[in-house]
Design a protein around this ligand. Structure first.
Ligand SMILES: Cc1cc2nc3c(=O)[nH]c(=O)nc-3n(C[C@H](O)[C@H](O)[C@H](O)COP(=O)(O)O)c2cc1C
Length: 446
């Protein structure tokens, strides 16, 4: 934003900067309150808390301050729901960090300055977040900022995990109080640890705190940070197994600079732990439905397809039936992709893929292969004959037909994204063969 060199200083949570005349600024890390790197700044002289987006709203009128609660409370809540609610636990952590401050004014980046009802506004954030956090399945991810590749990779794991709808809390082992670590471990259903350096006394103490607070049946995943002197993974892994925790994915060992393949591995590992923790929900969804409506929905029949995509070094595939032509001019198709699919990260606007059409009577081999449970980062094309399309995505040699597609829009449809793509080129291998048909009895699964 500055576009030229400027004098700067890196700060961590709790650090202070004296500007003179009593204006001592204190920085309070508030990760995930809209942005992963949100920092609140408290001016000790004026008791003003500068909060970036936190406690903000998209509201503007002639009042500089929060003179009238009823005028703005709806916008305050809407803003919370959209930007803060998804990270309710992080909101609670941030509120705890500021509870000792005497706040006269909340100077947010959006909307009126809050001065007249400060404790009311803070209280509302607290209540909404407590309510939200009660019902969530939580995965706590522990790591050490600035050590190895930990920070980048745990964010990738968090992304994969969040795709499954679980709440994720990222915790820096070097700047979190043992009490906070203990509470989080007690609440979490899943734990992921990016190994700290052996020499870091604080992180070592935090690891002991985690070990003392874990409970049976929690899911666990370990990641080597690649910092050169990592605490060894395997002894810790054994301890967790002895304590009855369940390994959600094999340890991720980072030996060199992470590549896109490492990122794909981490993203898929995150999804695996999330899917494991939400498996009851998925089973319930399939079981609970038995109404006339679902039977009627089940009469929607489709074909069978395999979507294949390549982006940079990484490629993925998905067996699909919810596919339909969606436009004539331009030629376009729509595909429903579950939000927690591995291929989802390759299905954004501008991405390109191949839609492979399966052939009646000849699809069993491909179906069996692509419906296998793949380990995180596994090559989904091992043992499958393919050749590259013009857009570089793999074409399946055994497919009846294929189309090269480019995504132009993506619509949020509850648990799926509907991906609309234009179709550039295509080819049919056998003009006399039929597309594999897919008939179902009920509409609560594929
Ligand atoms: C008959 C059938 C049709 C399917 N159709 C779709 C679909 O249209 N969209 C989708 O997201 N998943 C669909 N699935 C589920 C995925 O193909 C399958 O669960 C997935 O490949 C697992 O991969 P993942 O590791 O990416 O989650 C279908 C599964 C079956 C058995």
């Amino acid at each position: 934003m500055v576009h030229q060199p400027f004098k700067s200083m890196q700060v961590k949570s709790g650090e202070r900067l004296d500007l003179g005349n009593g204006h001592e600024l204190e920085f309070i890390s508030a990760p995930n309150l809209h942005w992963p790197d949100t920092i609140l700044t408290y001016d000790h002289k004026t008791s003003t808390l500068y909060t970036c987006d936190v406690f903000g709203m998209h509201y503007c009128d002639d009042h500089t301050y929060d003179e009238n609660i009823t005028l703005i409370e709806e916008d305050f809540k809407y803003y919370y729901d959209c930007l803060m609610g998804p990270n309710a636990r992080s909101v609670l952590t941030a509120l705890k960090r500021i509870e000792k401050l005497e706040i006269a004014t909340v100077a947010t980046g959006h909307g009126p300055l809050l001065q007249n009802y400060v404790s009311e506004w803070l209280g509302r954030y607290q209540n909404w977040s407590l309510e939200q956090a009660k019902t969530e399945t939580l995965v706590a991810i522990f790591y050490v900022e600035d050590y190895g590749y930990s920070e980048h990779l745990v964010h990738t794991i968090a992304h994969g995990c969040a795709k499954t709808g679980v709440a994720v809390e990222l915790v820096d082992l070097n700047s979190t109080e043992p009490q906070e670590v203990r509470e989080l471990v007690a609440q979490a259903s899943g734990l992921i640890i990016g190994m700290p350096a052996q020499s870091s006394v604080m992180a070592q103490a935090a690891l002991s705190t985690i070990l003392a607070a874990v409970h049976k049946k929690q899911a666990i995943g370990l990641l080597e940070s690649g910092g050169g002197e990592d605490e060894p993974i395997y002894p810790l892994r054994n301890k967790f197994q002895e304590l009855g925790l369940i390994e959600a994915f094999p340890p991720i060992l980072v030996k060199e600079i992470p590549t896109q393949a490492t990122e794909q591995l981490c993203d898929e590992a995150g999804t695996d732990i999330g899917q494991w923790l939400t498996r009851d929900r998925t089973i319930k969804q399939i079981k609970s439905i038995n109404s006339e409506l679902e039977k009627a929905l089940g009469r929607i029949s489709t074909g069978l397809y395999i979507i294949t995509a390549k982006k940079g070094e990484i490629q993925s595939a998905m067996f699909a039936s919810w596919v339909t032509q969606a436009s004539l001019e331009p030629l376009g198709v729509a595909i429903a992709v579950s939000k927690d699919r591995a291929i989802e990260s390759l299905m954004h606007v501008g991405d390109r893929f191949v839609l492979n059409v399966l052939e009646e009577g000849k699809y069993q081999g491909l179906m069996k292969h692509f419906l296998k449970r793949f380990a995180p980062g596994a090559d989904r094309f091992a043992g499958v004959k393919t050749y590259p399309a013009k857009n570089e995505s793999p074409v399946l040699a055994e497919a009846l037909a294929y189309m090269e597609c480019e995504i132009t829009s993506r619509m949020d449809c509850g648990d799926h994204w509907v991906i609309y793509s234009t179709v550039q080129t295509g080819r049919v291998a056998n003009l006399h063969a039929l597309t594999a048909a897919h008939h179902r009895k009920i509409g609560n699964h594929y």
